[in-house]
Design a protein around this ligand. Structure first.
Ligand SMILES: Nc1ncnc2c1ncn2[C@@H]1O[C@H](COP(=O)(O)OP(=O)(O)OP(=O)(O)O)[C@@H](O)[C@H]1O
Ligand SMILES: [Mg+2]
Length: 421
């Protein structure tokens, strides 16, 4: 049975709405004394059984509930669970009589915020309800702040996108890396916190599980942010790149420079780009060429941790290649020779490093998806697989030449045509 007791001031005091307190107890005595105790400061709802309490929670905005753990019919624990299901932000104070610590622990695991013994003394009960209300207000504030922050971030992101419409593709790529860095740093920090918390334990207690659940929520949010960032940028890049499937090589090399110079793997490596002596264009999606060269450049940066030199070099070839010389060996590997558009003039774009080189037994594997010699947190082994696919789509050819102790060069060949300066 439910009873609603609106306060004499119509639920408002000094203009501010009064909080609502739900009292659930199957005994009339405690129900009435709690009502009298709190009626000045709260709108009171009472219920004498679980089902009524759930109904009240569905139809009213309840701030705090005081709930007897032992009731006929639905137990207090079950009511607690269902109340939290209806509205996870309701703060619940449990009243206990002779419960075992197990029951109390169960209540706390289900997010009851406090428990007090029955018969209760007035001061303890007042303090418990007031603490619960404070906690509820605080959680609301945190929630509202987080929502407001997200709204502002979205607005900011949209403004940034509008500004970037006028920027070059290279700068947009740099922004993607930059924007992803924030969420990724948070994700990696939270993962570290969780693994520290878990340590060597093989079993987790309730508090640990809650700790991990809370952090997983943040991680999920940050992952969604990353997906959103890439979706927005890619949408923009596709739109602008599909308009022009012809790209000027020296502009692409300039864009690559912007992109590579902000990459964290650049470290203290020397890095230089030689443009074509006379600009040429290729009949390929510009973003694809940048992606090919960018993946090769990052690999070259990462081939050894000691400072070394990486060079991107553009050249124009005025005769078709002699493909009979393109034979795989222990130091050379060729891709897409059979579907290569070998029509002069050609451009050759080379990415070279003076790193350790690639061992003969590794060389045949480097284009396989997920093949990596880097640690699991460092490489996915997808970079060269993407390069291979894009070179094929562009009807280009690829030649990798490597020498142990001397370094590696990846050459990309593409059919080209002359353009103005
Ligand atoms: N310039 C290079 N010098 C030496 N080894 C290289 C070089 N480029 C690629 N490799 C080898 O080829 C492997 C595969 O490269 P790939 O780009 O596909 O993946 P990754 O760089 O390991 O990971 P990801 O690109 O996902 O970060 C590398 O792990 C490395 O062993
Ligand atoms: Mg790579």
């Amino acid at each position: 049975m439910a009873t609603v007791f609106p306060s004499s001031s119509g639920g408002k005091e000094n203009g501010a709405p009064k909080p609502t307190l739900l009292i659930v107890d199957d005994e009339d005595g405690p129900r009435q004394s709690l009502r009298i105790l709190f009626k000045e400061s709260y709108n009171i709802l009472t219920a004498s059984d679980g089902a009524t309490a759930i109904e009240l929670a569905k139809n009213n905005h309840i701030d705090v509930a005081v709930l007897d753990i032992r009731m006929a019919g639905m137990s207090g624990i079950e009511v607690l669970e269902r109340l939290k299901y209806v509205d996870p932000s309701i703060e619940v104070v449990m009243m206990t009589a002779f419960e075992t610590t197990d029951t109390i622990r169960q209540a706390l695991r289900l997010q009851a915020c406090d428990y007090i013994n029955k018969p209760f003394d007035v001061a303890t009960m007042r303090a418990a309800v007031s603490n619960a209300l404070q906690r509820r207000t605080l959680e609301n504030e945190i929630h509202n702040n987080a929502e407001q922050r997200q709204r502002l971030l979205d607005e900011l992101q949209n403004q940034k996108m509008a500004e970037q419409m006028s920027q070059t593709r290279g700068e947009i790529y740099a922004s993607i890396i930059h924007d992803m860095n924030g969420p990724l740093t948070v994700i990696s920090g939270f993962i570290q916190l969780m693994s520290q918390r878990i340590g060597d334990s093989t079993q987790l207690d309730g508090e640990d599980v809650q700790f991990i659940k809370d952090r997983l929520k943040t991680i999920t949010r940050q992952v969604t942010n990353c997906i959103e960032i890439s979706r927005r940028y890619l949408g923009f890049l596709r739109r602008s790149s599909s308009e022009a499937s012809m790209a000027k090589v020296n502009e692409l090399l300039g864009d690559l420079g912007h992109l590579a110079r902000v990459h964290p793997s650049l470290h203290h490596n020397q890095f230089a780009i030689d443009l074509l002596p006379t600009n040429m264009a290729v009949q390929v999606n510009g973003t694809d060429v940048i992606q090919i060269l960018f993946n090769l450049t990052v690999n070259a940066f990462q081939c050894v941790s000691a400072p070394h030199s990486v060079k991107v070099h553009g050249a124009v070839l005025n005769a078709p290649l002699d493909l009979t010389t393109f034979k795989d060996g222990s130091r050379d590997r060729f891709l897409n020779v059979e579907n290569f558009d070998n029509t002069a003039p050609l451009v050759r774009l080379s990415v070279s490093d003076d790193g350790p080189g690639i061992p003969a037994e590794t060389l045949p594997k480097i284009f396989q998806p997920f093949f990596t010699t880097k640690g699991p947190t460092q490489g996915t082994g997808l970079g060269l697989n993407i390069v291979q696919r894009l070179v094929k789509e562009a009807r280009g050819a690829l030649h990798v030449h490597t020498e142990i102790g001397k370094g590696t060069t990846f050459n990309i060949y593409l059919a080209a045509f002359a353009v103005g300066p």
